[in-house]
Write a protein that binds this ligand. Sequence first.
Ligand SMILES: Nc1ncnc2c1ncn2[C@@H]1O[C@H](COP(=O)(O)OP(=O)(O)OP(=O)(O)O)[C@@H](O)[C@H]1O
Length: 256
Amino acid sequence: MSRVGKGTVGIQQIELPDGDETVALAIEISHLKKSYALKPVLRNINLALPRGQRMVLLGANGAGKTTLLRILAGLGKAGSGTFLIEGLDSRYELQEIRRRIGFVAHQPYLYEELTVLENLLFFGQLYGVKQARERAMALLQQVGMERRTKDRIRSLSRGQVQRVAWVRALLHSPSLLLLDEPDTGLDQDGNRLVEVLLAEHTTRGGSILFTTHNLERALTWSDHIVILAGGRVVYQHEAASLTHEELVQRYQEVVT
Ligand SMILES: Nc1ncnc2c1ncn2[C@@H]1O[C@H](COP(=O)(O)OP(=O)(O)OP(=O)(O)O)[C@@H](O)[C@H]1O
């Protein structure tokens, strides 16, 4: 896709939702726990992500990364503990929290039988997006999918669906992006595109929590590295002061 970095006209001007500027943290998680049946999956998670910054969650399969993202997105319930999103308490303000979040997950959350544009207009209406068609078209152009507006989701490749899922997640101008393996299923251009989208989001003051299994991308795409193992935070470090070799070594030490 040669369109990376182009087609952003009309997107940059969209303001993020007003927030209380005095709230310094995008995410504040305190003593969060979650079990499935009797099996603990998240054990006493405490994490803070400053606004405007990016944090990556690393960890082996089953470490609890997706479970944590789903809880933060309001799609799953914590067993105990609390979290605040931009100062909003999840126990009382989940609706407003959902409005501020854009979630790119393993599932695209798109209707297979609807076309690309029908899906986006539906979500635009759901979120009360103004000029949803124009915004959807500008975003589709940015991800290189503007020629596929009339195609049904079921006729697209996995990587193309992922690109439309990105548009769905960005449509309502969320201030916090939660991205579960946003690099999975994308080709090299797709990953360059993700890099551009991440940079644009934080340039506008937005914050990002994402997961990946690629340690190199973890380092270059984030400000804060967090490793989960067995549902616990076992390692935290600033990305800027870590080399790739050091991260590989730390990862092997704490995960294996
Ligand atoms: N709906 C569910 N019911 C029962 N157990 C679940 C459910 N969802 C997740 N789990 C379990 O919770 C644990 C954590 O899963 P999770 O998907 O959060 O891991 P992950 O770190 O995202 O893994 P991956 O890297 O494979 O995506 C796993 O042991 C998984 O089997």
